[in-house]
Design a protein around this ligand. Sequence first.
Ligand SMILES: *Cc1c(COP(=O)(O)O)cnc(C)c1O
Length: 395
Amino acid sequence: MMIMASLDFIADHTHAAPGHNAGETTSGPPASEAGGILTVDLSALVANWLALSRRAMPSECAAVVKANAYGCGIEPVVTALVRAGCKTYFVADLSEARRVREVAPEAAIYVLNGLIPGTPPVYAEIRARPVIGSMVELAEWDAFVAGSQWRGGAALHVDTGMNRLGISANDAAALAPRIRSENHGITLLMSHLACAEDTAHPLNDLQIRLFREVRLHYRGIPSSLANSSGIFLSDKAHCDVVRPGVALYGANPTPGRPNPMRPVVEVKARVMQVRNVAKGDTVGYSAGWTARRAARIAIISAGYADGYFRAGGSSDETPGGFAVIGGKRCPIAGRISMDLMGIDASDAPDVRRGDFVTLIGDDLQLDEVAASSGTITYELLTNLGHRYHRVYRTE
Ligand SMILES: *Cc1c(COP(=O)(O)O)cnc(C)c1O
């Protein structure tokens, strides 16, 4: 009930859904009108954060909540994590930082994408910390800090092999005496692993070793290297703060091995109609899927505009993804449209107009759905259901 109260920020879009109960908060269109229902299990999310915290002990476990908390919703996700004790958050940009600040007044908030010219005063205003990723960004931040009273902190991002953001290890070493002597307010030394999910990749060890060298120059300043997969890669990657993102939301941080995380996201879509097609009939755009027998096709209200990727469709040549209908796995029939798709529900004869079928959940977990859609869990999550009814389960 306490969590319910703290989720009041969703109230402006809240509808009491049929079956609404004390452990749920809802948002988006009402369930009775929506084409789909996205359920985010916040207690599973918190359990995942606690499991990652335990694994990373004694390092601090932060949370990466960029891209609207990987599609799950910044406000409910951060509210739940604050209550669980998470104190440090990473976002991609300032608009996300503002949203985190609204629901986490005391948290440390780092902005990963770096400093946009002219924005240092905004960081001071919302008490966020830039992740400084180049020498020009550092110069702009230094000038701001020197000319203001602001000492709210910043991270220094050092590139150890990703070649995306970050100053070079050599620059970091050369800068260290100056950063340690003047008060630049660097509160975190950071780097990012390029191949953490591939435990055998030689770059992992190189990055861990190079980051150790850099950390030697910055003794006394907390350091951070590991994303979700990095936490499982090696204790040597843990440093002082770990930065899991995708694993919080239930994706497998250890590909090829059993998923240690609890599922957080479930997507169900509504059956709009069920039609009979004769053997030899085709279904959907381009007529690329042909019924090999008389079939019952459930047309469901989910398509690529809902974040179900077109690559998950099927044709006579290529199998696609599945939906679970009444406990049975049923294959997608034909191309995915913008708002609709067909499912061959011949093996689920009880399916009726108005029923809900599962697209993510039951035994269709994120990793499988991403693979059958030709993508990765990250892209799947960040595209989730903008027009779905949303249920946030808190118990
Ligand atoms: C996105 C991101 C993370 C989180 O990565 P996951 O693989 O989702 O755990 C951590 N650090 C940085 C710099 C990132 O960009």
